[in-house]
Design a protein around this ligand. Structure first.
Ligand code: NAP
Length: 294
């Protein structure tokens, strides 16, 4: 593969589900890169070492970033600015920096004065994940057939192309968009569904006492599916809601209007309205399966 970054070293900061999966995918695909990783949690660094993730688990952030042609920030979105500030003195001129954060406007806003002048920051977001976190949750096939959204954000097109080529080699399909558009789309496709899952499971927990533990005992598939989503990492999701507040609040407003519509339909026994909606939503599920994104 033609070398398009300034060196063949990739640094990954944050060794959780996403950071570990990127390192494992690079190794699995036998891509010609050396991968150095760093996490601020010593227990996570040890675990990653035991799992043989990447070529080197560094004890210092500076060591991981030194000489890297590409630096990938895979920490919660609330920590991106602090990490950008910490890597700035150690990063090579000409290096590309990307992130994997689930919100994009906030990451650009929080880091815009911290990105070193001679570096190229290209925000990104892999639409791939599970409810698990930590290095042991990582797996090489996580990005296979999944979208990886890229925000060129005014960066050198050649660097954007180099990043997209790497992401494609990890198995992902890349698509460019603006941070604004990203945050609105993700608010409805990912953030609101997580908020609903957290709410339903929270409500059930409150009912648990009254219902003598039967909520968990008889959890049919509907509730079970919500508990899977509601088991997602609390730090990551707290940061997502605090950092995509505007778009999430807008989608919640629309959602609550639609919920009121259904409430009325049930109250007035308007079965046709329920049937029409449920038929449309079933078609959406079918088109997601047809697109291979289920
Ligand atoms: P994760 O499993 O919780 O891993 C994040 C790791 O970063 C943790 O080990 C964390 O340590 C560490 N960390 C936090 N602050 C740090 C800092 N200042 N310096 C160095 N390390 C630091 O999270 P993840 O699921 O991999 O997510 C990483 C990023 O990708 C997030 O921005 C998330 O929004 C995004 N993302 C996640 C998913 C998903 O489904 N999980 C999907 C797409 C994108 P501590 O926990 O000890 O603080």
């Amino acid at each position: 593969m033609q070398q398009k970054f300034i060196s063949d070293k990739i640094a990954i900061i944050g060794i959780g589900l996403i950071g570990a999966s990127i390192a494992l995918a690079i190794k699995h695909k036998k891509l010609p890169y050396r991968v150095g990783l760093y996490d601020h949690n010593p227990a996570v660094r040890n675990e990653a070492r035991q799992l043989s993730i990447g070529d080197e688990i560094c004890e210092e952030l500076a060591e991981a970033v030194a000489g890297a042609g590409l630096v990938i920030l895979a920490v919660p979105v609330g920590a991106m600015a602090a990490v950008m500030q910490a890597i700035a003195p150690h990063i090579e001129d000409g290096a590309v920096i990307t992130d994997t954060g689930s919100t994009k406007r906030s990451v650009i806003r929080d880091t815009k004065d911290l990105v070193p002048e001679q570096c190229h920051f290209i925000p990104g977001h892999p639409l791939a994940g599970t409810e698990f976190s930590g290095p042991a949750a990582g797996f090489a096939a996580l990005f296979k057939g999944r979208y990886w959204l890229v925000m060129p954000n005014g960066a050198d097109p050649e660097k954007v192309e180099a990043l997209e080529e790497l992401l494609t080699r990890l198995g992902a399909m890349t698509e460019q968009m603006t941070a604004d558009y990203h945050d609105r789309v993700l608010a409805i496709t990912s953030h609101l569904p997580h908020l609903i899952a957290y709410t339903i499971v929270g409500t059930a927990v409150d009912l648990e006492q009254d219902m003598k533990n039967d909520v968990i005992r008889f959890s049919a598939s509907g509730f079970r599916d919500f508990t899977r989503i509601a088991a997602s990492d609390p730090t990551m999701w707290r940061d997502v809601f605090l950092n995509n507040d505007e778009a999430v609040l807008e989608m919640m407003q629309r959602f609550s209007e639609d919920l009121t519509y259904l409430q009325r339909a049930i109250r007035w026994q308007e079965g046709d309205k329920l049937f029409d909606l449920f038929s449309r939503t079933r078609d959406i599920r079918r088109s997601i399966i047809d697109a291979g994104q289920d």
